[in-house]
Design a protein around this ligand. Structure first.
Ligand SMILES: Nc1ncnc2c1ncn2[C@@H]1O[C@H](COP(=O)(O)OP(=O)(O)OP(=O)(O)O)[C@@H](O)[C@H]1O
Ligand SMILES: [Mg+2]
Length: 281
């Protein structure tokens, strides 16, 4: 039994008490034997650990948010500012090419080459931008972004990637859409890096007020017990938990891997202040 008792110094502390009755021949208790251990320090350490855990979790969530905001900002600035400059240079070059007295010759070739280089630059800039944060996620939403990412994955890896998406508009909160999208990206990265799969099937659907994303591959699978210190899977779980949901991985060697994310729609993620007595922010 754990109980709070007054200690010798007059303060209340937590004690762990263990007792054994000594009975006589008739079975009635004659005496109690037992120990009483002061566990106040242990209790306090447990409490401190719980608070630290909640704070760490909040910090992770915040770091991810900041990272996401920064990526979006860099992508937007790159796209808007550098994009405009490149377009302007290209227009000027084209104008110049038209004004050249002769339509052939070295000057003309060089201008043509420069215009091609500018187009290449614009293309790789767009690629970098969508790598940082796909505009489609903000413009057209999660389902469209997942479809786009599946297509990118298939064309880059040669592994087929079928997606099934909900018919109607999901209208998700931005953080939730981002979390699910990043989890999807990380699942695909894992498939590309480890699974040696032929095909991936992903489905996004709602069920009983939850949003579910299931990603199944037919690759070589793995034993979860043999994974230690891996940050990718941990990050995926953290993201799901930050949205108030959870993430399950089921995999066995030779049998492929299934990642299932479930997050409640229309509910707020637990805040730190629910767990810890923190007054930050
Ligand atoms: N789809 C999969 N198929 C087969 N093995 C997988 C799959 N996903 C994960 N694994 C195994 O689980 C391990 C942990 O994955 P996790 O994403 O956490 O780490 P990682 O991909 O090795 O590194 P990173 O931290 O960069 O993501 C991988 O090293 C791999 O052995
Ligand atoms: Mg990984």
């Amino acid at each position: 039994v754990e109980s709070r008792l007054r200690a010798a110094d007059g303060n209340y502390r937590w004690f762990l008490m263990l007792g054994e009755p000594l009975r006589n021949a008739q079975g009635s208790v004659v005496r109690w034997f037992g120990t009483c251990t002061d566990i106040e320090d242990l209790k306090q350490a447990e409490e401190a650990l719980k608070i630290q855990e909640a704070q760490l979790r909040a910090l992770t969530t915040r770091l991810q948010q900041v990272r996401e905001e920064e990526r979006a900002m860099v992508a937007r600035d790159l796209h808007d500012q550098i994009g405009q400059i490149l377009t302007a240079i290209k227009m000027d070059m084209t104008w110049l090419a038209r004004r050249l007295p002769e339509k052939k010759g070295e000057a003309h070739d060089r201008i043509k080459k420069a215009i091609e280089l500018i187009s290449d630059g614009a293309r790789s800039m767009r690629k970098i931008c969508s790598g940082l944060r796909p505009g489609i996620l903000d413009d057209l939403g999660l389902a469209a972004a997942i479809e786009w990412q599946a297509g990118e994955f298939a064309s880059r890896t040669g592994v087929s990637c079928q997606v099934s998406l909900p018919q109607d508009d999901l209208r998700l909160d931005g953080d939730l859409a981002t979390a699910i999208f990043r989890i999807f990206q990380e699942s695909l990265t894992n498939v590309a890096r480890h699974a040696e799969a032929q095909a991936v099937r992903a489905s996004l659907y709602t069920q009983n007020g939850n949003l579910l994303l299931v990603v199944v591959d037919d690759g070589k699978g793995f034993r979860e017990a043999e994974i230690s210190g891996s940050l990718g899977l941990l990050g995926m779980k953290e993201r799901a938990q930050a949205c108030g949901g959870d993430l399950q991985i089921s995999s066995s060697p030779g049998d492929g891997t299934t990642v299932t994310v479930r997050v409640p729609l229309h509910s707020h993620a637990p805040s730190v202040n629910d767990h810890a007595h923190s007054n930050s922010r």
